[in-house]
Design a protein around this ligand. Structure first.
Ligand code: HEM
Length: 488
């Protein structure tokens, strides 16, 4: 038997088809509580979308340790082979708004919330091992240049490439983005990376610098520009539909997690600055070490409650895992990035929502009140220290301390012996097959040739020349051909 329809306060609703009016032809009545409540709630359904990564898809699953890594980290969820931890993963595109199409050339977010017994661990990465910039102070400018122009209201190649003209360190990530992996066929067919360098510390207090690589077990599958345009036209929600339907069918996507580990003592003399997010550590220097398997096996029951309201923060670590001095990571972790965005988007009590609250342990602290507080501590004292058995600190540091010297100031990211803005972009280009190189050149030329100003085009071409002479020359010729065609 169906349940009785009620108002929000639980009273039965007599009529959900006709509003109450003053007579058959009369105006509507203010006393129609159900009508007022229904319309007022409807007006308030939307919340601010994420300022970046607004369009996304999420699913639950688990992480299982398959290889012994406890000698590198004392994180409890990685402590023994066979151990499983529940998780929630949200994939996303970056530049598009909430309703944007999925099959676009754009990095993909790969944000994992591990519900560990020591609290939630959020690893908020992308499907690319590097990023466009190396200092967080440039992030708002970068994002403004990639999103809609304030005057035309659409993404403009002029702005996209003008930013990159002034950001030579982006050349590596641009080479990645316009290459074959730049438009994943689905979220299931791409890798995920922590991208930043993080710290692992073991029970003896020995620290390692670590980079995470989630390799897809579905195989890499991507779309070229024409295929993507076709998919976009036919089904704007292609990634969402693919992920949801695969899980509904019981075809559970999985990824194998590997890490690269660098003993901390090796960082200072490594040929690349290991804390520069525009650089990778070649696998020949630091090979992949297998850790475990991530499986997605459950769709959220309610997209708004669980996906839209999910909140990941690179600040959420557990004992045995910590940050590195990567400035980008430091910027993301500070109050003014993620947690601040979420206090604005979801409110101060967003950590109590079921998708965000710890599951394998509980949150015990003295934070109270604010909008929509559940105050799970109930009558518990709201100050510390107290004499009533309230929660107490552990005195145990989560990660190893960083040794520092120098003076406060604004510094450029330090360059190690092999660091420049172009070498690794050139290495990536030289690794490609002839077919991959040709598609890369055509993809970049197709976008760069739309730029109106010659000086912006030239500045960008200079970056590709610096990465690899052949790369630059071929691109220059391709751009010239397209621009001549445009003018003719
Ligand atoms: C300093 C640079 C950065 C800043 C200031 C920044 C800031 C933000 C903000 C404010 C959000 C929205 C959070 C929310 O409303 O819940 C966000 C989302 C996100 N960012 Fe960043 N970001 C930066 C760099 C990066 C980098 C380098 C990566 C990847 C390696 C990344 C991956 C993500 C992902 C995956 C999301 C979506 C998380 C989700 O699914 O809810 N961001 N970022």
């Amino acid at each position: 038997m169906s349940k009785t329809l009620t108002t929000e306060s639980g009273a039965p609703v007599a009529d959900n088809q006709n509003s109450a009016s003053a007579g058959e032809y009369g105006p509507l009545l203010l006393q129609d509580q159900h009508l007022l409540e229904k319309l007022a709630r409807f007006n308030r359904e939307r919340i601010p979308e994420r300022v970046v990564h607004a369009r996304g898809s999420g699913a639950y699953g688990y992480f299982e340790v398959t290889d012994e890594v406890s000698k590198y980290t004392r994180a409890a969820f990685l402590s023994e082979v066979g151990k499983r931890t529940e998780l929630f993963l949200r994939f996303s595109t970056v530049a598009g708004n909430l309703g944007a199409g999925d099959a676009v050339r754009d990095p993909r977010g790969f944000a994992v919330k591990f519900y560990t017994e020591e609290g939630n661990y959020d690893l908020v990465g992308n499907n690319t091992p590097v990023f466009f910039i190396k200092d967080p102070i440039k992030f708002p400018d970068f994002i403004h240049s990639q999103k809609r122009d304030p005057y035309t209201g659409v993404q403009e190649a002029d702005n996209v490439w003008d930013f990159w003209a002034h950001s030579p360190a982006s050349t590596h990530q641009i080479t990645w983005l316009f290459g074959d992996r730049g438009i994943p066929a689905s979220y299931r067919h791409m890798n995920g990376y922590g991208s930043h360098t993080y710290q692992w510390v073991n029970a003896e207090g020995e620290a390692y610098w670590v980079k995470y690589h989630f390799k897809t077990n579905q195989g890499i599958r991507s779309l070229d520009g024409d295929q993507a345009a076709e998919v976009l036209g036919a089904d704007a929600d292609s990634h969402q539909r693919d992920l949801h339907q695969a899980i509904e069918r019981g075809v559970f996507p999985s990824w194998t997690l590997y890490v690269q580990l660098m003993p901390v003592a090796e960082a200072a003399d490594y040929r690349f600055n290991p804390f520069d997010l525009t650089k990778v550590w070649p696998h020949a220097d630091y090979p992949l070490v297998k850790v475990g398997r991530l499986v997605l096996n459950r769709n959220p029951e309610n997209v708004f409650a669980e996906v839209e309201q999910s909140a990941f923060s690179p600040n959420n670590f557990v004992p045995g895992i910590g940050p590195s001095p990567d400035k980008m990571l430091q910027g993301r972790r500070r109050l003014f990035a993620y947690a601040d965005a979420q206090r604005y988007r979801l409110g101060v009590n967003h950590t109590q929502l079921p998708v965000n609250a710890p599951r394998a342990t509980e949150a015990n602290n003295y934070g109270r009140d604010g909008h929509n507080a559940l105050n799970p501590a109930g009558r518990g004292k709201n100050y510390e220290p107290n004499s009533y058995d309230g929660p107490v600190q552990t005195d145990g540091a989560l990660a190893a301390p960083l040794k520092l010297d120098g003076h406060t100031g604004t510094y450029t990211t330090p360059a190690h012996t092999k660091d420049d803005d172009f070498f690794q972009a050139g290495e990536l280009y030289r690794l490609m097959s002839e077919g991959e190189k040709t598609r890369l050149i055509n993809n970049i030329a197709g976008s760069l040739s739309q730029v109106a100003r010659d000086d912006v085009v030239e500045k960008n071409l200079a970056h590709f020349h610096a990465a690899d002479e052949e790369y630059g020359a071929r691109l220059e010729a391709a751009v010239a051909r397209l621009r001549a065609g445009d003018e003719g």
